[in-house]
Design a protein around this ligand. Structure first.
Ligand code: FAD
Length: 531
């Protein structure tokens, strides 16, 4: 009887799960042991590096995965907590000679590649085959493409379109990216081995039961007084959201143009995104990007629809582009030794500036509302992300993009190493695919702003900044300009109840444009000199 360990890495679902389909169709494998490891080197319950919303989303997703798995197959996944390579070694040591395969999904992030390389080395003297399945959380086979001889780093929508054309058949409504798989109906498990493992050391010490997860979730919610948390983790929620936001809304999908979406959320609900809000489910592996693509493709069929880069397919293509770049560009997450990052002379780390930005106390209500939404829900509209990242870097505060990146990484429920770094590089104006550095967002947008804000009822600002709840909409995006009698009647004195703007936005913009230009000139001069 030949056995396989099926290791879900960035995979918290059973639909379109190529690992399960592969073991099901394999003639060599009789039974499987499904596992998920919460990697201790990344996730520490007490560490401050991963925000409470991210932790909550993970716990909810794991509980949901186990529930779905049990419903479908009658057994649980083993959830383990420890350093991945040590946990895998322990499982292998405690297994018998019938264990033939370790199967997992491909992950491109360096931390995860290092971990798999360590495991590969440990397995080199054993008879166990390691099988890494590609294109599980991306549409493209990232490793194969970046290793191909003709690969060139994409830097535009046109470039990523070319890569899609080379890899998939093009139809009039979008590329055919392959079927999204249904979960196999029957799988056989090595239940004796699974029970033995959790009963005995060393695996017992790594094992996390559903009850332990539930308790941690309750404690987390109490500790952080989680009330406004809008995104609930898990495959079930992801699939329901896909249906609610995409499958049942053909007009929304066909007319979707990203730059037209409103950054201050739905007019009547300051928590509801005007985009799909699927990113947490995609980033955490609760939802398959291929399935999202195919749902849009079905809707486009025989209808008039928008096209990439502004359509939903276009958004998914940007996602793939950043995955490719994050694998092919060395030091993707750094500002030195990164061919996709200009070395701008940013200002010294300024704790006061960073803290005001992070805590939503800059005195710019649009920026503050976005940052408070991030703290509370772990999410922010794409244009809101544009505005706050521009504000922190080349716009107003002249701080290195990496400081903002770290705060996003900690707090975003859709936190994704490839995408977060890629978008910060984009917005800081330092990458080949960046917008021109002199296009700076006004942090006090009006109805004409490309940040697309709602300016009549301004519920979004009132919800996230209760200090301004009674302020007239006319002044709400720039409240320090309101006459003192308006401030008094709104029960919010600027400078006392809500901060005065931390910088003069026009002056800081002007100064930073000069600094950016100087950095550009210095870079050009040093290139000429080197030549
Ligand atoms: C500074 C900054 C940091 C960001 N960090 C992250 C991050 O850590 N994780 C993350 O998922 N997204 C990140 N984004 C990209 C984008 O803001 C979010 O993907 C999007 O807002 C999620 O909302 P949605 O699911 O409603 O998107 P939709 O507009 O509905 O798009 C559908 C899907 O396409 C993908 N997508 C959309 N826009 C982008 C983009 N610009 N780049 C790559 N993929 C995209 C996402 O997977 C998204 O769920 C960042 C953007 C900025 C400006």
């Amino acid at each position: 009887m030949e056995k396989a360990i099926v290791w879900f890495r960035n995979l918290l679902r059973i639909h379109d799960n190529p690992l399960l389909n592969w073991v099901h169709s394999s003639e060599e494998i009789d039974v499987i042991i499904p596992i998920y490891i919460i990697d201790k080197e990344w996730f520490n319950q007490d560490s401050n590096e991963i925000g409470h919303n991210r932790k909550k989303f993970l716990f909810e997703s794991l509980l949901d995965l186990n529930k779905n798995f049990k419903k479908k197959y009658g057994t649980n996944i083993l959830i383990l907590y420890g350093k991945s390579s040590e946990v895998i070694s322990s499982i292998i040591e405690s297994s018998d000679s019938e264990l033939k395969y370790l199967i997992c999904d491909y992950c491109s992030e360096p931390r995860k590649r290092n971990s798999i390389n360590e495991i590969k080395d440990n397995l080199s003297n054993s008879s166990i085959d390691l099988k890494i399945i590609p294109a599980v959380n991306t549409i493209l086979n990232i490793e194969m493409i970046v290793q191909s001889p003709n690969y060139v780093n994409p830097k535009s929508a046109k470039d990523i379109d070319k890569i899609f054309r080379e890899n998939f058949e093009a139809g009039p409504n979008g590329y055919f990216v392959g079927k999204s798989l249904s979960p196999p109906d029957d799988l056989r498990f090595d239940l004796d081995a699974m029970n033995n493992m959790i009963d005995k050391y060393p695996i017992k010490k790594y094992h996390i039961t559903d009850d332990m997860l539930k308790n941690r979730l309750i404690k987390l919610k109490l500790d952080f007084n989680i009330v406004d948390s809008y995104f609930i983790g898990g495959e079930k929620e992801g699939l329901e959201r896909l249906e609610r936001k995409i499958s049942k809304r053909p007009d929304f999908v066909n007319s979707f143009k990203k730059p037209d979406t409103i950054s201050t959320n739905k007019k009547d609900n300051p928590l509801e995104p005007t985009t799909t809000g699927l990113s947490p489910y995609l980033s955490n592996g609760c939802l398959s990007p291929r399935l999202v693509w195919n749902e849009c493709l079905k809707i486009h069929f025989n209808s008039r629809h928008e096209n990439p880069p502004e359509s939903l397919h276009g958004q998914l293509m940007f996602r793939e582009m950043f995955y490719l770049l994050s694998r092919s560009v060395k030091n993707w997450d750094n500002d030195v030794g990164n061919s996709n990052c200009k070395t701008i002379r940013w200002g010294e780390y300024n704790n006061e500036k960073i803290k005001a930005w992070e805590s939503g106390m800059t005195g710019f209500p649009y920026i503050d509302a976005m940052m408070r939404q991030l703290e509370s829900t772990g999410w922010m509209h794409h244009l809101g992300r544009h505005a706050v990242s521009c504000f922190l870097t080349r716009g107003q505060l002249w701080q290195n993009w990496k400081y903002g990146r770290d705060i996003f990484e900690k707090k975003l429920v859709d936190s994704d190493w490839a995408l977060n770094n890629g978008n910060w590089l984009w917005l800081a104006g330092v990458a080949p695919f960046s917008m021109p550095y002199y296009r700076i967002y006004n942090p006090c947008p009006d109805s004409k702003s490309s940040l697309n804000v709602e300016t009549i009822e301004t519920k979004f600002i009132r919800h996230w900044i209760p200090e301004l709840a009674a302020f007239p909409s006319k002044y709400i995006y720039e409240p320090h300009l309101a006459p003192i009698d308006v401030q008094e009647s709104s029960e919010c004195i600027i400078g006392t109840d809500y901060p005065y703007p931390m910088v003069d936005r026009k002056l800081s913009r002007k100064e930073n444009l000069i600094l950016f230009k100087q950095s550009n000139e210095r870079i050009s001069a040093s290139k000429k000199h080197n030549f």
